[in-house]
Design a protein around this ligand. Structure first.
Ligand code: 2PG
Length: 247
C-alpha cells in the first residue's frame, strides 16, 4: 500500500517575472504562469494521476494555479483545504525588493544567506511597510504566530503540524493529495520527506508549475527519494533558472 502526494509550485507570478522578493505579498500569475498551471493539470491527466483533494496556501498565485490545473485535469470538483501554513516563506524586509539590486547592495554571501541558508532570516518587516500583511483579515486568527520574517527552519516548524495531521490524515484515508504551494514552503516539505540536511537543502530549487509526484510508504517516507517530476528535463532546466535568480 502506497500513498500518492503531488506537489505543485504555483506558475510564474508577476513578481517572479520582475525578479522581486515576494513572500506573503499576494501577487497574481502572469499569462505564462497561467499556462504553466494548465499544463501541470494536463500532465497529471496524461499520467493518470487524479487528485482527490487539494490543499493550497492562502495566496492567490497558489489558489489560481490549483484551479487552472485541476480544471485542465477535469478534477475541478474535488474538495479544497486552505491554510496559511502552506504560505510562501515570509521574506521580512526583503518583500518587494529587487533580487539583483539586493545582490549588488549586500554581496553574494549575505544574499545567499538570506535566500537559501536554513536558519538566517532576513531583517523583520515593519508593521507599516507597504508590503506588510499586518491587518490582513485572512491572518486575523494568527495572533503571535504571525511572522514578521522567516527562515526556512521557521517554515518547517510552522508547516509540520499541518503536514503531520491534516495532509497525512488525507493520505491515510487513501486519497491522492495535491498540494499547491510555493518555492520555499515546498522546499520545507521536501526537506522533511527526503531527510535532506540543513546544508544540502540550500542546493534544492523547485521550478514553477511542474508536478512533483511522491509515492509514500505507510510511514509517509518516499518509496523513491526525491519523487519524480512528470517532465524531468523541463523541471531540471526550470530549477536551474530559479537557482540563478538575481544574477
Ligand atoms: O520571492 C520569493 O518569495 C521566493 C519565491 O519566488 O523567492 P526565492 O526563490 O528567492 O526564495
Amino acid at each position: 500500500m502506497t500513498y500518492t502526494l503531488v506537489l505543485v509550485r504555483h506558475g510564474e507570478s508577476d513578481w517572479n517575472a520582475k525578479n522581486l522578493f515576494t513572500g506573503w505579498v499576494d501577487v497574481d500569475l502572469t499569462d505564462k504562469g497561467r499556462a504553466e498551471g494548465v499544463r501541470a493539470g494536463e500532465q497529471l491527466k496524461e499520467a493518470g494521476i487524479l487528485p482527490d483533494i487539494v490543499h493550497t496556501s492562502l495566496l492567490r498565485r497558489a489558489i489560481t494555479t490549483a484551479n487552472l490545473s485541476l480544471d485542465a485535469a477535469d478534477r475541478h470538483w474535488i474538495p479544497v483545504k486552505r491554510d496559511w501554513r502552506l504560505n510562501e516563506r515570509h521574506y521580512g524586509a526583503l518583500q518587494g525588493k529587487d533580487k539583483k539590486q539586493t545582490l549588488e547592495q549586500f554581496g553574494e554571501e549575505q544574499f545567499m544567506l538570506w535566500r537559501r541558508s536554513y536558519d538566517v532570516p532576513p531583517p523583520p518587516i515593519e508593521l507599516d511597510d507597504e508590503f506588510s500583511q499586518h491587518g490582513d483579515p485572512r491572518y486575523a486568527g494568527l495572533g503571535d504566530a504571525m511572522p514578521a520574517t522567516e527562515c526556512l527552519k521557521d517554515v518547517v516548524t510552522r508547516l509540520m503540524p499541518y503536514w503531520e495531521t491534516v495532509i497525512q490524515n488525507d493520505l491515510a484515508d487513501g486519497l491522492t493529495v495535491m498540494v499547491a504551494a510555493h518555492g520555499n514552503s515546498l522546499r520545507a516539505l521536501v526537506k522533511t520527506l527526503d531527510g535532506i540536511s540543513d546544508d544540502d537543502i540550500a542546493g534544492l530549487n523547485i521550478p514553477t508549475g511542474m508536478p512533483l509526484v511522491y509515492e509514500l510508504d505507510e510511514s509517509f517516507k518516499p518509496v523513491t527519494p526525491g519523487g519524480r517530476y512528470l517532465d524531468p528535463e523541463a523541471a531540471r532546466a526550470a530549477a536551474e533558472a530559479v537557482a540563478n535568480q538575481g544574477r
